[in-house]
Design a protein around this ligand. Structure first.
Ligand code: KG4
Ligand code: ZN
Length: 333
């Protein structure tokens, strides 16, 4: 089954063509990074306007790369939520227009299901059940995945996402946007135990996360120590701040592993690229005999291949969406 995937939930305009939900024939992505960089975060209105300009060229590019004619497509998968409403509507409208004109089915995919299933595009995929931790700029959610379409949410962030903690921390430290890579780079040369930042809800029974207090703690730290001190110890501050995020994520993951007795973990989302998190996760895995899976970087961040992979599973089960389907910015999984 040849399926075109479309992803436009935030600031990436992406398309991909998949054969049988497994084989990527082509994928293309237009990043809006350069547009939002000056604002230190995604500006929804600018995002949707840019999607509108780029969606058709991105779709044409991916079809040309795949060497396919439109008529050869057998289905369309598109992100219907969660995300920014204006951005979502651009992808969804394009998907509906194509499905209608080509007279083929389409399916509105939950973006989070896409992240959870991205690992199935790799050669080495996990067995069920596994624990799926989605950590990105917009999400921090932990799922027990018992099978395709069998998801149980164990916890999620009560405020900021893990990526947001990196981005806001980097902004306070003057390291630019997006902040994850900057803190990762800076922190790799610092001492993670140099300063102490809070690990929210560490001893609580809940598997929920919280990161907004961490950012506030960093602001207070900066006010107390002053700019010259912080600049002089920037690598140690970045490493210590990063350690608090990593500790918080691993603490809840360890709790979930003990509770569910599932020794298999998949990490995805942009924050899964963090080198300290990967190293600490590997240590934990070696110590506790866990299997850990990280999708390739381009499958960790927002992409249309994961949407096509998830959508194909539904389409193959005969599930389709009506042309009246609306985007849902708060769609739950
Ligand atoms: O999945 P993604 O590309 O987009 C969504 O938010 O959906 O994730 C972007 C997030 C940003 O917050 C960025 O700072 C973070 O992932 N990120 C990282 C790293 N690379 C990207 N965070 C920590 N370490 C990294 N190496
Ligand atoms: Zn995402």
């Amino acid at each position: 089954m040849l399926v075109l995937g479309i992803e436009s939930s935030c600031d990436d305009c992406a398309a991909a063509v998949l054969a049988d939900g497994r084989r990527i024939l082509a994928h293309a992505i237009h990043s809006q990074f350069h547009i939002h960089q000056a604002y230190g975060g995604v500006v929804p209105e600018l995002a949707s306007r840019d999607h509108l300009e780029k969606i058709v060229p991105v779709l044409e590019t991916v079809m040309a790369q795949a060497g396919l004619a439109w008529e050869q497509l057998e289905g369309i998968a598109v992100t219907r939520g969660p995300g920014l409403i204006g951005s979502l509507l651009v992808g969804l409208s394009a998907a509906k227009a194509l499905a209608f004109s080509l007279d083929i089915p389409f399916y509105g995919v939950n973006h989070l299901e896409g992240h959870l299933l991205a690992i199935f595009l790799e050669d080495l995929a996990p067995a069920f059940p596994f624990l799926g931790l989605i950590i990105s700029g917009g999400h921090t959610s932990l799922y027990q995945v018992n099978g395709f379409s069998e998801y149980r949410r164990l916890g999620q962030t009560r405020d900021d996402a893990a990526g947001e903690a990196f981005d806001k921390g980097a902004k306070l430290l003057g390291l630019g946007y997006p902040g994850g890579t900057a803190i990762d780079r800076m922190g790799s040369r610092g001492n993670p135990a140099a300063f102490h930042f809070p690990r929210a809800m560490a001893s609580a029974k809940t598997l929920d996360f919280s990161f907004s207090g961490l950012k506030t703690a960093l602001r207070h730290f900066l006010e107390q120590r002053g700019e010259p001190f912080v600049q002089e110890h920037l690598q140690d501050v970045a490493a210590s701040y990063q350690e608090a995020v990593v500790d918080s994520l691993l603490q809840k993951l360890s709790q979930a592993i003990s509770l569910t007795r599932i020794p298999r973990v998949v990490l995805s989302g942009g924050v899964a690229a963090n080198s300290r998190l990967r190293a600490r996760m590997q240590e934990l895995a070696d110590r506790e005999a866990l299997e850990v899976f990280f999708p390739s970087p381009f499958l960790c961040t927002d992409n249309a291949a994961m949407i096509a992979a998830a959508g194909t599973r539904h389409l193959q089960c005969g599930e389709t969406s009506p042309l009246s389907l609306n985007a849902d910015p708060n769609l739950q999984l």
